[in-house]
Design a protein around this ligand. Structure first.
Ligand SMILES: Cc1ncc(COP(=O)(O)O)c(C=O)c1O
Length: 348
């Protein structure tokens, strides 16, 4: 990739959060109709909230500045302080949110090991604490779709329904962290309304694979979202002329959702190219969305990150011997092939 001044930009596969707004998206942002959203007067924000809620067949949605805030307002709206949220051991809400839920919702987590970040309903059921004093009251199950640290793994509708049944059986809510729920929908072809209905409330991010610069949505029943809206205000996340951001989100949702299939194909191609020279380094069956994990064997992952950086390829390290490559809008098939070949040469 070459920038305007002729310099070659790195092939950045660290995350799908690194995308930049496309020219069309920038135009949509510049032309957005706006108003004061704290007064409920930003037509672009309101429109996006209606569209996204409607897409999932739910009553309401609220636009938040980040995925973390969407999760935080939902956990605060869905639980009471001093209760417990059950989630997978490597969940984003535990690993990457700086302990926010302990401060904001004042909940504790009970973490359960899963398979690539996915919770198993039987396992959850057998580890729930009894619902009697003096046990800590369990309030919620929280499930990530797709999984971040789990490498983009998908629970899918059947598994989500089983988790919802466990939650219902114990009168718990099922919270969804759907930062990459879009990728799951593309990978499975499942119906968004059916998937959206399994959660009590959930979030989606516009700023991951969809390619918007900012923005997430908390989605659910009207009363839950009204409560989440209050918490967004208390957390300082209510915005004024946010239509310029919502316009980017609307553009991303309308124009850049279906193309996630390209990211998934590119991830498979990366995996296959690396596996051609280092079959033991990649589990091809695990590449189901836009992430590729590469086992570096004896080689420290940090060394490979450095060597690739020197060759203009940016990748993430997820452990001492584990690399992660994430495909997205700003890296086309050719760039993915180039990155994979360079990585393959280092692993040979
Ligand atoms: C699964 C998951 N949830 C939530 C978030 C939070 O999103 P943000 O960092 O935009 O607040 C991320 C970010 O990568 C994520 O991967």
């Amino acid at each position: 990739m070459t920038s305007d001044d002729g310099a070659t930009a790195p092939i950045d596969l660290r995350s799908d959060t690194v995308t930049r707004p496309t020219p069309g998206m920038r135009r949509a942002m510049a032309e957005a109709e706006v108003g004061d959203d704290v007064y409920g007067e930003d037509p672009t924000v309101t429109d996006l909230e209606h569209r996204i809620a409607g897409f999932f067949g739910r009553e309401a949605a609220v636009f938040t500045p980040s995925g973390v805030m969407a999760t935080q307002v939902l956990l605060r709206a869905l639980t009471r302080p001093g209760t417990e949220v059950v989630c997978e051991s490597d969940a984003h809400v535990v690993a990457y949110e700086a302990g926010a839920a302990a401060i904001n919702a004042q909940v504790q987590f009970r973490t359960i090991d899963g398979d690539r970040g996915r919770l198993d309903a039987d396992r959850v059921l057998s580890s729930l604490r009894p619902a009697s004093f003096p046990y800590t009251e369990v309030a919620a199950l929280s499930v990530e779709e797709t999984t971040n640290r789990g490498g983009g793994a998908v629970h899918g509708l059947d598994s989500l329904r089983e988790l919802r049944a466990v939650a219902d059986g114990r009168d718990l809510v099922l919270h969804g962290d759907g930062a990459r729920l879009w990728n799951a929908l593309i990978a499975t072809g499942e119906d968004a309304v059916e998937v959206g209905r399994t959660f009590t409330a959930f979030s989606v991010c516009l700023s991951k694979g969809l390619g918007a610069p900012v923005g997430s949505m908390a989605i659910g029943d009207r009363d839950v979202i009204a409560e989440a809206r209050h918490w967004r205000r208390r957390f300082g996340g209510a915005m004024r002329q946010a239509g310029v951001l919502a316009a980017a989100g609307r553009f991303a949702f309308e124009r850049q959702f279906a193309r996630l299939a390209d990211d998934h194909a590119n991830a498979c191609a990366i995996g296959e190219t690396v596996a051609d020279v280092a079959p033991e380094a990649v589990d091809l069956a695990s590449i189901t969305t836009n992430m590729v994990y590469v086992d570096t064997g004896e080689r420290p992952a940090a060394d490979l990150v450095g060597s690739l950086r020197a060759q203009g390829v940016l990748v993430g390290s997820m452990g001492p011997h584990l690399l992660r490559l994430v495909t997205h809008l700003d890296v086309d098939a050719g760039a993915c092939r180039t990155a994979a070949r360079r990585l393959g040469q280092l692993l040979r």
